[in-house]
Write a protein that binds this ligand. Structure first.
Ligand code: PXL
Length: 283
């Protein structure tokens, strides 16, 4: 069985980071080990959340895993809270490095042109440095702009503009950059990526559902990681992740008792199971 470790916080209530990564990656038949970076009572969209930093536990956990000779097929990072955590993640990359260990960074820190509570421009620059060590990075356009010191353009940009952002992102050092939330037409939204080694672009779009929920980026990234670990090629893994995320949003939007803090990803799990079975028949 393939085994990954995902490094991000636990927002105890809020349907994001580890509380979605663990169930979603498990659906793919992949063992998801967790390295919690902090516990928060809720994600940071609520006011008054508690925050307990777990950075001091990150190196002892690594030391134990190394002693036990555990190997990982991927290391997937999401929300990270401090410069020190960034440098410890780099140690994880180095210490568990092997040709079979895929390093995937979702540089969670901003959206809609703004940094999330608690993040700084300096953190974004340090995140850009960490991205040099990844195989695949998954920023949204806001995060990409912060990492590249580029002005954020919310819409109306050209394909050439996105291509140049993607080339500059891979210029940070990762072989593959995937931009999420790319939209060239108001009714479509999706992802565009660049594989620098092959000088190839790829893209995938869905109909835009006019609703925004917290945690959908984490659901998308987790599903993408699951797909890569299940052996799909990058475009297939992205397509499945995008379709699953879109369905989660659609179900939530239609649900009479939906909450505002996250999506009803649980209700779309049967779809994901069925989709994976279908995709496996086509391999
Ligand atoms: O969904 C990203 C995320 C993860 N973890 C925490 C967050 C956020 C986004 O705001 O606050 C704690």
């Amino acid at each position: 069985m393939r085994r990954i470790v995902t490094i991000q916080d636990i927002s105890c209530l809020g349907k994001c980071s580890l509380t979605v990564a663990l169930p979603v990656i498990s659906v793919y038949g992949v063992e998801a080990c967790v390295l919690p970076t902090a516990t928060l009572s809720t994600h940071t969209m609520f006011s008054g959340f508690t925050f307990t930093d777990l950075t001091d536990d990150m190196q002892p956990i690594k030391a134990h895993w190394l002693k036990e000779n555990f190997k990982f097929d991927a290391i997937y990072t999401g929300y990270l809270g401090s410069e020190r955590q960034l440098s410890i993640v780099k140690e994880y990359f180095d210490d568990f490095a092997s040709s079979n260990c895929l390093k995937i960074i979702d540089p969670v820190m901003a959206d809609n042109g703004k940094l999330y509570t608690g993040f700084t421009v300096e953190f974004a620059h340090n995140m850009a440095k960490l991205c040099a060590n990844a195989d695949i990075i998954l920023p949204n356009l806001t995060e990409a702009c912060y990492m590249l010191d580029e002005e954020y353009i919310p819409c109306g940009y050209s394909r050439d503009y996105i291509k140049s952002i993607l080339r500059r992102l891979t210029g940070l050092g990762a072989k593959i950059a995937v931009l999420t939330g790319v939209s060239y037409q108001p009714d479509k939204i999706g992802v565009m990526g660049y594989y620098s080694v092959k000088d190839e672009y790829f893209e995938y779009y869905n109909s835009r559902i006019p609703a925004q929920y917290h945690g959908t980026g984490d659901i998308f990234a987790s599903a993408f990681v699951g797909g890569m670990m299940r052996g799909y090629d990058i475009l297939k893994a992205l397509e499945i992740a995008a379709d699953y995320t879109a369905l989660c949003i659609d179900i939530t939007q239609k649900s009479p008792d939906s909450v505002t803090y996250g999506v009803e990803f649980e209700k779309a799990i049967p779809y994901l199971v069925h989709r994976l079975e279908q995709e496996d028949k086509n391999i």
